[in-house]
Design a protein around this ligand. Sequence first.
Ligand SMILES: NC(=O)c1ccc[n+]([C@@H]2O[C@H](COP(=O)([O-])OP(=O)(O)OC[C@H]3O[C@@H](n4cnc5c(N)ncnc54)[C@H](O)[C@@H]3O)[C@@H](O)[C@H]2O)c1
Ligand SMILES: [Zn+2]
Length: 351
Amino acid sequence: MNRVRVSLAERSYDVVVGEGARHELAAMVARVGSVRQAIVVTQRALIDAGWLEGLNCGLPHEVLTVPEGEAAKSLATVETLCSGFAQRGLARGDVVVALGGGVVTDVAGFAAASFHRGTAYVNVATTLLAQVDAAVGGKTGVNLPEGKNLLGAFWQPAGVLCDTEMLATLSPREWASGRGEMAKYAFLAPGDPDASLLDLPLDEQVARCVALKAEFVSADEREGDRRMILNYGHTLAHALEAAGFAEGRGDLRHGEAVAIGLVYAALLARRLGRIDDHRVELHRRVVGAFDLPTALPAGVDPERILSFMARDKKAQHDLTFVLDGPGGVEPVRAVGSADVLATLAEMKVDQ
Ligand SMILES: NC(=O)c1ccc[n+]([C@@H]2O[C@H](COP(=O)([O-])OP(=O)(O)OC[C@H]3O[C@@H](n4cnc5c(N)ncnc54)[C@H](O)[C@@H]3O)[C@@H](O)[C@H]2O)c1
Ligand SMILES: [Zn+2]
């Protein structure tokens, strides 16, 4: 079993990665303190896949389910969950167990952050994306009709379990989505980016990504410049998602949108004179090696994408991108909209 420590003084915790990591749940819950009961928050798909059976919290627990999909990340879900916690008498010293992908860990984490002004929670991450990214780092939250992740809290879990056995029931699209975040880490690790991560056993692939995320989170819990680097590839990705390419036409999963965003970021960095052709090609090659798309979906309207980029909460007051450069990947502020549009026009389009 791999153990990665997220070091945050009194908020430090372990991420346990490996086959069968879920069996450490009771021990992890016990470490929270004098817990009397747990409430497991999960989804129907996880119950149908059999992952709730045999899940041992080590103490009495009840189960609440949330609906599937991004729409479940809403204030309405938080209210329903918190009412459920109250009706079951969950005390401040008890624990919430989030069993699921990023939707479950984000919404259950935010409910835990809010209930009694902060109740402990443990993440049992069941998608590749949640294991390498969403379940670690304490960003919890929900969407508003005005935008994604607009409402939330930094609330660190008491521990995270990444059981790679649980990925056996994941659909191919969800695997691809997780690989998109993995490809992102390839550009954030020291040295030249490559896809050698994929040569490792799965649990080590996950553990490597978690270790990188833990390093950024420990250095900058509340997302100043350092943690912002974890958003590499995300400015275009979020804009594509907001413009509807995650649902209807295009049907991109988050990580696939990130993959396209990584290639876009490379082209933009080249336009700004930060990197050369070779480095752009390296981006295409690495993203391709993770078996991910590198071209824009058909039907992208550049002006519309630009307007969504400008609205992205991470963009602050001007267009901020995370871009590669001579000193590595870093936030770059005040990127001109003409460069953003010209780079969109330069992207290959998926036919
Ligand atoms: N908080 C963060 O730092 C952070 C980082 C990245 C992404 N996110 C968020 O994560 C969310 C996306 O998470 P996701 O990609 O995990 O999607 P998801 O949580 O919607 O899960 C995808 C689908 O897979 C199902 N599923 C989950 N585990 C399964 C398993 N083991 N077997 C079979 N089916 C399973 C789910 O029920 C769901 O239908 C987004 O809302 C995004 O904003 C948060
Ligand atoms: Zn992401």
